[in-house]
Design a protein around this ligand. Structure first.
Ligand SMILES: *Cc1c(COP(=O)(O)O)cnc(C)c1O
Length: 359
């Protein structure tokens, strides 16, 4: 607390990111980073961009990158917004689309915790919609008629930290039932087995999807995310961006992301490898007695009946394996575990066998 803080700062509850400790031999399965590196073409593009031109400001509109993303997803460049990580885009969405006095934003009780952080930062009123008992999103909760239209609807698909996905028919039903409400689908993990709602944008001008280069494209360190929606919605985000920071993506980030989005072969191969390791890991953990929620992401959400999540996370940490535990109602017993390479999964499995055997 300082007398120099603004009236708002003392009341903020910042998001807590997964830790990035510097311990040798550490297996980091706590922040859903990609175990495979970025596309070699992205690294080449970064090296090529690291020259004298860095004295110049980058393209404020990231034109080439937006065109590349538009080509990849079959939309128009005016339908693409890029930001310094999808977290920044989410911030602009909360600020630019969800703030309507007297109308609450709807979101699940269990979802990406940054959503509540942004509600507090931008003072967006919100209403929590609990997931069903099996941790699925209950579509009828979002399609039932309401006295006032919600100011917005947001959730991750696949959801985080559950990993569970919602089919496109359900996404479209939610969008159709709320024609005057921006419905924002955070597709951070969509490339590991989900179906992107980008195909629904044509028919639903209230829908927006948000992607990141941090997970499936292994560029968390570059900070690049993008949103796709109808041009009018994108224009609202551009207005916010140009009132905040005109140059959110530096030259290296724009070059790396463009090369990565064009390297389909590397992308397909690495995503498929993660999915294979996930299926193998899920099967082995089930055999060990774990309950694992059905995952379409690059992480699994699992619990071992009879053992506290915090204790299991601590035991793994003592063995130099980091996973994520959320001390929150309903999910206190669960761990969110990033799917690594086959040998990462092997190391995790071996340690879990020992921890559980010692019980
Ligand atoms: C990782 C993650 C993000 C943030 O991604 P960045 O692009 O690295 O900011 C957003 N939403 C969800 C659900 C995530 O898991």
């Amino acid at each position: 607390m300082s007398r120099f803080w603004s009236d708002q700062v003392a009341g903020l509850v910042p998001y807590t990111p997964g830790e990035q400790p510097k311990i040798a031999d550490l297996l980091k399965l706590n922040t859903n980073e990609n175990p495979y590196g970025p596309s070699p073409k992205a690294l080449e593009a970064i090296r090529a961009a690291a020259g004298d031109s860095l004295r110049l400001y980058p393209d404020p509109e990231s034109t080439a990158l937006r065109q590349g993303i538009a080509r990849r997803y079959g939309v128009k460049p005016e339908q693409v917004f890029v930001g310094n990580g999808s977290d920044e885009i989410l911030a602009h969405v909360f600020h630019g689309l969800f703030l309507h006095s007297g109308r609450p934003l709807l979101m699940p009780d269990i979802s990406y915790s940054f959503y509540r952080t942004y509600c507090r930062l931008y003072q967006v009123p919100y209403e929590i919609v609990p997931l069903a008992n099996d941790f699925s999103i209950r579509v009828s909760d979002y399609t039932a008629p309401r006295a006032v239209a919600p100011a917005g609807i947001i959730f991750a698909n696949p959801n985080a930290p559950t990993g569970m996905g919602l089919p496109l028919t359900d996404i479209e039903a939610i969008a159709r039932a709320n024609p005057d409400t921006p419905v924002v689908i955070d597709e951070a993990y969509i490339d590991f087995g989900g179906e992107s709602a980008v195909s629904l944008l044509q028919r639903n001008d209230n829908l927006a999807v948000i992607h990141t280069f941090s997970k499936s494209r292994a560029l968390a360190g570059m900070r690049v995310g993008f949103a796709m929606a109808a041009p009018e919605m994108i224009e609202g985000l551009v207005r916010i961006k140009d009132s905040f920071n005109s140059y959110p993506l530096d030259r290296l980030a724009q070059a790396a992301a463009l090369a990565a989005i064009e390297d389909d072969a590397y992308f397909d191969a690495t995503c498929a490898a993660v999915v294979r390791s996930r299926e193998h890991l899920v099967q082995r953990l089930n055999d060990l007695g774990f309950e694992v929620l059905p995952s379409q992401a690059n992480f699994i959400f699992a619990r071992y009946p009879g053992m506290e999540g915090a204790d299991l996370a601590a035991a793994l940490r003592a063995r130099h394996i980091l996973v994520r535990h959320f001390a929150l109602p309903r999910i206190n017993q669960f761990l969110r575990i990033t799917v690594g390479t086959e040998s990462d999964c092997e190391r995790l499995y071996t340690q879990l066998v020992q921890i559980i055997g010692a019980q």
